[in-house]
Design a protein around this ligand. Structure first.
Ligand SMILES: C[S@@+](CC[C@H](N)C(=O)[O-])C[C@H]1O[C@@H](n2cnc3c(N)ncnc32)[C@H](O)[C@@H]1O
Length: 510
């Protein structure tokens, strides 16, 4: 075995798959042996795998010492080579499965799974992935949130300090019937290979880009678009960005596909404004990409792994493409957040609407609203919805989305939710329901304080990170709320990520 087993995980933030694995697979740096640590770097050890991290590493134990072993699965006994050690844990690579035990190991269908860090769980059967994602949520709620979870062990409930409160119901993860080819967006880093310009994904643990033509979790249209753009760039001699020297033009190709309208968008992220042969490049992309509706340029000159810079403009076509979710049309601009799995998004948002339990008379706040997706879903069932979002273009899209869907009972504001909410509070806006859908770092503490002052009857919390979710639920519980139901939704099959939607109720009203 090679590739995935022998290399560090990469930061996949801007990979073709666009998943968010972190670079944590150790490496050979640091001490080769440490006092009190029962393993040494380079040693081969046998270990039982008793759990799985959110990055898909098996959690092994060697004489009580924790060894994270990439690609090993719970229930297995494996042989692993130790790659790095620290005082409390180390990292290793699996060299052999000694006993598969009860693990549900499957053969990953993707031919480059070994070297690409975009997916972490293709080697685990899909039904088991769904179970594991629920387990991951439960563990975080119990460990970080100190919440009692229905049907779970007493040890988990102990220490919650919750007394006789009803336990939280954590439902089974909602999965996909066909968990492949779901992503509507690809972010492809561009670099140099032997034959010139290449684009695909970062090799694990390095900034080396590996050419990739196919990715089984991408919609095929995105693969086709990326291929066409790379070919056009090669034909015209467009230079690829060199991450070591900061020279070269094309840094990333970002493509989106709107399944309901067939429209496609290409964003060329460039290291500078001037694109030589720009008109020829645009011409070739238009000729070779069916459904192309928008070609944009984003300028990013900083030496940073962040994909987009602040300057975006249209090179050809529209400034947005249109897609539809649950019968609502959405305009999507190059930098706006739009859920990447449209099929599961309908399920996620429908749950959020269900948990909001609206009757038509309520005032609702949608914090971290993006392009107004959840706001517009809620507006049909509420008296008035207020959405707040930090990216100005996203709010432009949100307002446009309200207009094209003829939804008049929504209002959007640009700004940090933690700053805008107190302003609304001062203006006398008192929400009956607050929906939050923050980025991975969770809600700003100031926003939580304002929510606790406003005391809405219900809070609906949508999260892509179970650990910050659990932290925030604890704060909300301490402030007078009870977490009632938690629904994990598999928005990112074959990766370690899980989306969660939760309902909370103000205890004073129970
Ligand atoms: C997970 S996305 C959710 C977007 C939207 N609810 C959806 O489902 O499409 C989080 C959003 O929060 C925005 N954001 C990040 N920090 C923010 C802040 N402090 N205040 C308001 N919005 C913020 C991001 O730009 C992003 O659009």
């Amino acid at each position: 075995m090679s590739g995935k087993y022998g290399k560090r995980s990469k930061d996949g933030r801007d990979s073709m798959r666009g998943t968010k694995g972190e670079n944590k697979f150790g490496g050979r740096g640091g001490a080769s042996s440490l006092a009190g640590v029962p393993v040494a770097v380079g040693q081969r050890v046998e270990c039982e795998i008793i759990g799985l991290t959110h990055e898909g590493e098996g959690v092994g134990r060697v004489e009580g010492y924790t060894l994270f072993v990439r690609d090993a699965l719970p229930g297995e006994r494996v042989r692993a080579e130790v790659l790095s050690i620290g005082k409390s844990f180390g990292r290793g690579r699996m060299t052999e499965v000694l006993d598969a035990g009860v693990s549900r190991r499957v053969s990953p269908p993707c031919p480059i799974y070994d070297s690409c860090g975009g997916c972490q769980l293709q080697h685990l059967g899909y039904a088991e992935q769904l179970k594991w994602k629920r387990r991951h949520v439960v563990d975080n709620l119990a460990r970080i949130g100190k919440l009692p979870v229905a049907g779970e062990t007493r040890e988990m409930i102990e220490g919650s300090g919750e007394g006789e409160r009803p336990p939280v119901i954590v439902h089974p993860t909602i999965g996909m019937d066909e968990p492949w080819r779901y992503r509507n967006k690809a972010q492809v880093p561009i670099g140099f290979g032997d034959g010139g310009l290449i684009g695909g994904f970062y090799e694990m643990g390095s900034n080396d880009i590996v050419e990739m033509d196919a990715c089984l979790i991408q919609q095929e249209e995105n693969e086709e678009t990326v291929r066409a753009v790379k070919e056009a760039a090669r034909l015209l001699g467009v230079s690829a960005y060199n991450r070591a020297t900061g020279r070269g033009l094309l840094r990333h190709v970002v493509v989106r596909h709107a399944r309901t309208t067939g429209q496609r968008m290409v964003v060329l992220v460039t290291n500078g404004r001037d694109i030589p042969h720009a008109q020829e490049l645009i011409g070739l992309i238009r000729e070779r990409v069916p459904g192309i509706a928008s070609i944009c340029q984003n300028v990013q000159t900083a030496a940073t792994p962040v994909v987009f810079g602040d300057e975006t403009h249209v090179l050809w076509g529209e400034e947005v493409i249109y897609d539809e979710i649950g019968g609502i049309a959405f305009a999507i601009s190059p930098r706006s957040f739009f859920q990447v799995n449209p099929e599961q998004t309908v399920r996620l948002y429908s749950k959020a609407v269900e948990y909001a339990a609206l009757t038509g008379t309520e005032t609702v706040v949608d914090a971290y609203c993006g392009i107004g997706t959840i706001s517009l879903f809620l507006a049909k069932h509420a008296d008035r919805v207020y959405g707040v979002e930090i990216i100005p273009e996203a709010i432009e899209d949100a307002r446009r989305n309200a207009a094209i869907n003829e939804i008049a009972n929504v209002e959007f504001a640009v700004g940090a939710a933690e700053l805008v909410m107190p302003r609304w509070q001062a203006e006398g806006i008192t929400p009956d329901v607050i929906v939050v859908d923050p980025p991975r770092k969770g809600c700003d503490p100031a926003l939580i304080s304002t929510m606790l002052e406003l005391k809405p009857e219900r809070i609906v919390y949508v999260s892509c990170n179970p650990s910050t979710l659990a932290r925030d639920l604890r704060l909300l519980e301490d402030g007078g709320y009870r977490t009632v139901e938690v629904q994990p939704v598999d928005m990112f099959p074959h990766t370690g990520h899980v989306e969660v939607v939760c309902s909370l109720i103000y205890k004073g009203l129970e």
